[in-house]
Design a protein around this ligand. Structure first.
Ligand SMILES: *Cc1c(COP(=O)(O)O)cnc(C)c1O
Length: 356
């Protein structure tokens, strides 16, 4: 006898990238930051006193919300703290989408989005990206006609690394009478010369919700912390109704706050990742791969015609180098490679030279 709801029984769960235990394995498959968290964060972890664990944490993570508000020039009412960015995605679905109402995404995109729609029992409206991974011009009107209540866009885009300009997002926000969630999981790695900042959208559009995470930019994927930014009217129900009562534990609140206070140290890792991203892209191109210009901490590398990407991924794994492979249209000829340290990237490149 199965007791799940029929949509749960019929669905497949999210498939995370492999997390090997020990061994001499180089992990370039789940987009973690290759550098450690700030020493100040580790010091704060060691300084956690028993009282902080005996008592319940601050229900709405006031300190973390105040720190994030200060970083972005917003008010604390415009910030909701979450137990990883993935929690914000789930909260957006449960808060803004009536059961059965459609959710919009572009194809391809973060593979968690369809899973959340299935859990909720919502049909997914999927529109294909242009060949250069940019958004279709008529995205908003088509989503509008389909009646979506929530449009999920990851920017910079995963898994391509393509960055959509803020002006294009503003137009979509204006044309859409639904919530536009911009998943900025990788925004910390955008080249500063692009001067990309979507936060000003919030003042002009009360339907824009920005997702930020500590997992990638702040080297804290193991901690589980992130936050959402939006108009106070949009944030309010997430903050005071649909969130779990104590969604962020005391350690996550404390460490994430310290991470924001020491943002300059994280920014130094962003600079190093950008430098390695450029070097790795050039080296992969020299090996015959076609690269999408990336504004993230990963590269989507299309294998030369006649070379099987799947075979390369398997060969790399045998040599102790994990990269991500998506058996999906438009992606099954490519490797998604997280930018590692210079030494890790060198090991990837020499393994690829052997295989090619
Ligand atoms: C990593 C990631 C997130 C958030 O991850 P958390 O670890 O839950 O903060 C959200 N969206 C995309 C596209 C990601 O890659």
């Amino acid at each position: 006898m199965a007791y799940e709801r029929p949509n749960i029984a019929a669905m497949h769960g999210y498939v995370p990238g492999k997390q090997p235990q020990g061994g001499d394995v180089i992990k370039l498959n789940t987009n973690e930051n290759p550098y450690p968290p700030s020493p100040a964060v580790m010091a704060a972890l060691r300084a956690i006193e028993p009282e902080a664990l005996r008592k319940y944490p601050k229900p709405a993570a006031d300190g973390l919300r105040a720190a994030a508000a200060q970083v972005h020039g917003l008010a604390p009412e415009q910030v909701v703290a979450v137990n990883g960015g993935d929690e914000l995605l789930r909260l957006a679905v449960t808060t803004f989408v009536p059961p059965g109402a459609p959710i919009g995404v572009v194809e391809p995109s973060y593979s968690l989005y369809p899973v959340l729609a299935e859990i909720h029992g919502s049909p997914l409206i999927q529109l294909p990206l242009a060949p250069d991974w940019s958004l279709p011009d008529d995205l908003a009107p088509r989503m509008q006609r389909a009646g979506v209540k929530l449009l999920l866009l990851v920017n910079p885009h995963a898994p391509s690394g393509h960055l959509t300009e803020v002006a294009a997002l503003a137009r979509i926000a204006r044309e859409l009478s639904a919530v536009l969630l911009v998943d900025e999981a990788y925004v910390d790695f955008v080249d500063p010369e692009r001067a990309h900042d979507a936060v000003p959208l919030i003042a002009a559009h009360d339907n824009v919700l920005l997702l930020r995470t500590f997992s990638k930019g702040y080297s804290l994927a193991g901690l589980r912390a992130g936050y959402g930014l939006g108009a106070a009217s949009l944030i309010d129900p997430l903050l005071w109704k649909t969130r779990d009562s104590y969604n962020l534990d005391a350690i996550a609140q404390r460490l994430a706050t310290v991470a924001l206070e020491h943002r300059a140290e994280a920014a130094e890792t962003w600079r190093k990742v950008r430098a390695e991203r450029a070097r790795l892209a050039q080296a992969l191109a020299a090996l015959g791969f076609t690269l999408t210009p990336s504004q993230t901490n990963f590269l989507l590398a299309r294998a030369a015609h006649g070379t099987s990407a799947k075979r390369l991924v398997q060969g790399l794994e045998q040599r102790g180098v994990l990269v991500r492979y998506f058996d999906a249209p438009r992606l099954d000829d490519s490797l998604r490679i997280t930018v590692g340290t210079p030494a890790e990237n060198d090991r990837l490149l020499s393994a690829l030279r052997e295989l090619l």
